[in-house]
Design a protein around this ligand. Structure first.
Ligand SMILES: [Zn+2]
Length: 55
């Protein structure tokens, strides 16, 4: 009997490395794109749900 989630422990190899622009470890190695700021896109990744003031 397996307790918990069997798929746990399969993520030993991180796909995200340190992004040079935002500094987060969100730069995808194979996709070559930062999940946090969207690097190398010239515009920073943003969603309207990130800033609820502006809607
Ligand atoms: Zn970034």
């Amino acid at each position: 009997m397996v307790k918990g989630t069997p798929s746990m422990g399969k993520y030993n190899k991180p796909q995200h490395i340190r992004c040079r622009r935002c500094g987060h470890r969100s730069f995808h190695k194979s996709k070559k794109r930062c999940a946090y700021c969207g690097y190398p896109s010239p515009k920073w990744r943003s969603y309207n749900w990130l800033n609820p003031k502006k809607r």
